[in-house]
Ligand binder design. Structure first.
Ligand code: G3P
Length: 218
């Protein structure tokens, strides 16, 4: 499963990129607002920082406006992936951009039928929002499993499932178990995947014992 970071915090993303932990970046208008940074500059910086896709979302809601904005975003770097809302206009723009050879990420997916339509529009990625379904007492994991089953029924559909709105390490495990192709999560969730108290306790015991040997490796 590819791991993408869901953030517009360039310092945090650089740290993770340097550790070789991320395969791509996703942003959205809320994350750009939170970072308080210039959108186009941030996308350029992120696209230079990682080799994988950097999802940048259009703000227009009509087809012509989406296509105009997508042209601006696409010029920033070849690895910019155009993020489009799951609306009729968004799906139309998705199909047109794919015909031009652009990668697309169709976002705000909450049902398996929406995911089916995104795949019919040849989206590169579909982003089911797991956490936001859990927030309203539905099961985001069920949605991932449904989409996986449907896509696997039709091998001609090439869209990759990008589990989004993941808020915890358990969400990440759920996404991997459901067979998501990729998962996007905030930097803090990626960092939380590293930790286990027994790892930390074990390392500290090994280091104490190593000190007692009085030896050095380098
Ligand atoms: O980028 C889309 C998504 O991951 C948003 O997550 O936590 O705002 O539901 P969240």
């Amino acid at each position: 499963m590819k791991i993408f970071v869901d953030s517009a915090d360039t310092a945090a993303i650089r740290r993770l990129a340097e550790a070789g932990l991320i395969d791509g970046v996703t942003t959205n208008p809320s994350l750009i607002a939170k970072a308080g940074a210039d959108f186009l500059e941030t996308v350029g910086e992120l696209a230079a920082m990682v080799q994988g896709p950097v999802s940048a979302e259009v703000a227009a809601t009509d087809y012509d406006g989406m296509m105009r904005e997508a042209a601006v975003l696409a010029k920033i770097a070849p690895n910019v992936c155009i993020k489009l809302p799951l609306t009729m206009e968004g799906l139309r723009a998705c199909r047109a951009l794919r015909a031009e050879g652009r990668e697309t990420n169709v976002t705000l997916c909450f049902t398996a039928n929406q995911a089916l339509l995104a795949a019919k529009a040849d989206a590169t990625y579909i982003s089911p929002f797991v956490g936001r379904l859990d927030d309203i007492n539905l099961d985001g994991g069920d949605l991932l499993r449904d989409i996986r089953e449907i896509y696997d029924n039709y091998p001609a559909l090439k869209t990759q499932i990008l589990a989004a709105s993941l808020r915890s390490a358990n969400h990440v495990t759920d996404a991997a178990r459901a067979g998501a192709d990729a998962a996007t999560m905030p930097p803090a969730v990626i960092e939380s995947l590293v930790h286990h108290p027994l790892t930390e306790k074990g390392l500290s015991a090994f280091l104490d014992d190593w000190r007692r040997t009085g030896q050095r490796i380098a």
